[in-house]
Design a protein around this ligand. Sequence first.
Ligand code: ADP
Ligand code: MG
Length: 729
Amino acid sequence: MSNLRFKSVEEATARKAVKVELPKERVEAYYARQVFNRQRMFEYLPKETYDALVEAIDNRKPLSRELADSVAEGMKRWALENGARHYTHWFHPLTGSTAEKHDAFIEHDGKGGVVEKFSGKLLVQQEPDASSFPSGGIRNTFEARGYSAWDISSPAFIVDNTLCIPTVFVSYTGESLDYKTPLLRSLNSIDKAATRVARFFNDDVKHVICNLGWEQEYFLVDEALYAARPDLVMTGRTLMGHESAKNQQLEDHYFGSIPSRVEAFMLELELEAHKLGIPAKTRHNEVAPNQFEIAPIFEEANLANDHNLLLMSLMEEVARRHNFRVLLHEKPFAGINGSGKHNNWSLGTDTGILLFAPGKNDHDNFRFVTFVANVMAAVYRHNGLLKASIVNATNQHRLGANEAPPAIISMFLGSAVSSILDRVEKADSISAITFDGKENICLDIAQIPELTLDNTDRNRTSPFAFTGNRFEYRAVGSSANNASALIALNAAVAAQLDDFASTVEARVAAGEDRDAVMLDEVKKLIRDSKAIHFDGNGYSDEWKEEAARRGLDVETSAPLMYDRYMLPQSVEMFEKTGVLSRKEIEARNEVKWEMFTKKIQIESRVLGDLAINHVIPAAVRYQSLLLDNVYKIQQLFKGSKADSISAQDLGNIEAISDHVSAIKSGVENMVNARKHANHLGSEREKAIAYHDDVCPYMEQIRYHIDKLELMVDNEIWPLPKYRELLFVR
Ligand code: ADP
Ligand code: MG
């Protein structure tokens, strides 16, 4: 009898690192070679077109039709010269992945042949037949039209002989059906609001840019082992598997030397990323075995997010060339760390100032405090919503488990910033903060390196941590589109900054001194949002209780968290900032609930199949071996001697029976719970039922399967075990 598990272990162990040919040139020479960036635009577009396009990009203006035609002509010429034969509008539907429909550049030439054509119309706008993308009911199939439109702030690029044009995706009636549209709106709103406040400190500021530096965590598994695990293939995570004797307890993987097969993968991934203009910079092992991270240099948030989405698909492609499968799931393995995607988020002015960076003088430092206090207030007010923006069927397994941030949003500030805020709160005037007492803010600021050093395990427990000149939003999941988190965060902070600016302006208009007013308002923010500030251990049970006492959102059910989007304060905030309308929020929630249900439904079906078709047959086969043995013992020894020799086998036989029947009844109950849930009226009710009634059976079934894994003869067990999935490479 052949065991697929052993075959795949053998195959995986025999593999050598795939050799990667590095280009002869230096990275400067091939960096962004596949991108229609400003350098290419300058080369391929007429001077007037180039100037007008750059002007439109910089000032966020729409393109005229003639301009679009001229841009399309140059872009096509570049694309064809660089091997492209097709083009596609590349967009980010609410499924969370990316979508593309390829068209060849050809048109009839009227003489029985074809010409290669690409008009401005095709560049700027398309109508993908996209009726099967989720829309939450906005787009009924009879009005199935959805439009994709070029986002000129993100340059076109070539992947696999296809020119990809980053686009937004909206309905016939203008509602967003994607992530990019509200992300762009949120970036506009935070630009406007933060600029208002930044101008209190410096009149020259015209724009505020939101930066994003993501850190992408992932697992690699050999493809033969992956293929022998139907749960990984179908759901991206293991639905069963006992912890291996050794996992991450020795912490010997983190920052350890990178295995050679993995290093080859990373090398090629970085090479491909660089050709696409993705500034990949850092790579290292992560905490769990076979877990790794890649991080670029931060960029403007919209571009950075496009780059992250592009990199995620690149990872899958490159991994295959190295006989790996990449797991972007937040929790592929129980009992060890999951994968997140830390979002390093900051605001910078067009005059080159990072608004969350302490400055060199009192004026700059007060600006720093003002922005930090506003972020605190926004995160506090909308902590439930922010949590809803990062949670889903996959990330829910990670939050609160194995060193992941808890399912509670709080803010880590560190001792230096905390003490500055304390002092600001007690100060009578801005100058008093500096001159009152021996230490002044400047002295504190000199301790900033301490903050970076502080960036250790302790503050790893915080879902939202200040890290020197930015905030690190760590609760975001590894498979997520960052936009979901950024939309909520930017909108919340924009609304808060707007309120702050309006209050200050109104009081100044009424004759008050601006510095005094600002200090007064900042003090209020610090005082009123204290509950969000927590520098302690977010993993502890005490924190859960303490957070509840503080009135923070401690809900752990994803389907219920989505209700936070519909809170009056959320809807008001999204509508006021113009980021999402009520109709859009409602529709997006429908999609979230539906996606939640579908993911759990698939997992539950796969688990049922595996339990019945893989696990129980193996357990029964082993049980019958034991029975056979007992039978022979009885023949040979007889009486009490036979009983004592076969006692252990008999115990195991019974235990196997117990586990098998628990699995059988668990699967039956789970199927019934699914049937019941499927008949519920609303997407929300279905998702809640899947969360409350289906998920618990999955855990129960898994418990018994994992027990059997420990008992059943290793030779018979059909599925690759954790020790193989995580350590064979
Ligand atoms: P760590 O693992 O210590 O958090 P990394 O070096 O892995 O740090 O990643 C830090 C990320 O933060 C990088 O993407 C980096 O470019 C980004 N980053 C640094 N400064 C800023 C900033 N001001 N705004 C946004 N991102 C930043
Ligand atoms: Mg990190």
